[in-house]
Write a protein that binds this ligand. Structure first.
Ligand code: PEP
Length: 264
């Protein structure tokens, strides 16, 4: 398998410290002794990072704790200083954060993040050795207007502008059709595969065939235990970014099990 599947939970603004503790204890007890052939990542709200880091890096929690890697849901494009409400990459590193979700459609639509901001954050993340999970995806109106490829190409070129091949190799792309996020409507496996293949072809144009063959592209948008296997069986889908269904330890685990069983 050239690309190891990656399953990432995006908890959004859910699970404070005590709910994080409950989730992790339950999840770790469920995966005890299991060797899952994939990367497992959890992105809690900032406020829960210390608790998550403590649970996962405390030997008493058990050896399987190291099977889980920590992501942040955002980071600042600045190093430090007068940026009220912001969290820097270096601050995240203190809590064993290895990944950072950038460009999520909620950040683009609700918080007005532009391609330039996302690009600056992505570069800052790489400077601090965080692995970006770079989200892209079209709205329903854009898809229906036949703009899917234009939108994806624009988001990719904007977000990755000036990003080196070396840094791209540490980046994961998450294709998340906006109309499928939190709606219960999932892209069909054919729609998802077509979009992923297109994204990979754009990466090939920009960085060459080898980089394109290596980059992991996750699907996100109402992934559930029941649809994970079919989606992950698609040749260009290398894991999932999961919101609602990753709030329950059992359902997150079933997505991972079902999805990694069919991932190519
Ligand atoms: C997301 O927020 O990235 C997401 C895919 O959410 P959901 O799984 O709830 O659609």
């Amino acid at each position: 398998m050239i690309r190891k599947p990656i399953f990432a939970a995006n908890w959004k603004m859910n699970n404070g410290a005590s709910a994080t503790e409950d989730f992790i204890k339950s999840f770790l007890s469920k995966i005890q002794g299991e060797n899952l052939p994939c990367d497992i990542v959890i992105a809690p709200p900032f406020i829960s990072l210390p608790k998550l880091a403590d649970l996962l890096h405390n030997a008493a929690t058990g050896q399987n704790a190291h099977a889980i890697q920590i992501a942040a849901q955002n980071c600042s494009q600045f190093d430090s200083g007068a940026y009220t409400g912001e969290i820097s990459v270096l601050m995240l590193r203190e809590f064993f954060v290895h990944y950072v979700i950038l460009g999520h459609s909620e950040r683009r639509a609700i918080f007005g993040e532009t391609a330039a901001t996302i690009n600056a954050k992505l570069k800052k993340a790489r400077e601090g050795n965080l692995k970006p999970i770079f989200c892209i995806g079209e709205t329903l109106a854009e898809r229906e207007a036949g703009q899917l490829e234009t939108v994806l190409r624009t988001q990719i070129t904007g977000g990755l502008d000036g990003v080196s091949e070396k840094d791209l190799a540490e980046t994961v792309i998450a294709y998340e059709p906006v109309w499928a996020i939190g709606t219960g409507v999932t892209a069909t496996s054919q729609q998802a595969q077509d979009a992923h293949a297109f994204v990979r072809s754009v990466i090939a144009e920009l960085y060459g065939a080898e980089a394109a063959a290596r980059i992991r592209i996750q699907y996100g948008g109402s992934v559930k235990p029941g649809n994970a296997a079919e989606l992950m069986a698609c040749p260009d889908i290398d894991g999932a970014l999961i919101g609602g269904a990753a709030l329950e330890p059992q359902s997150f685990l079933e997505i991972i099990r079902n999805g990694s069983a069919t991932a190519e």
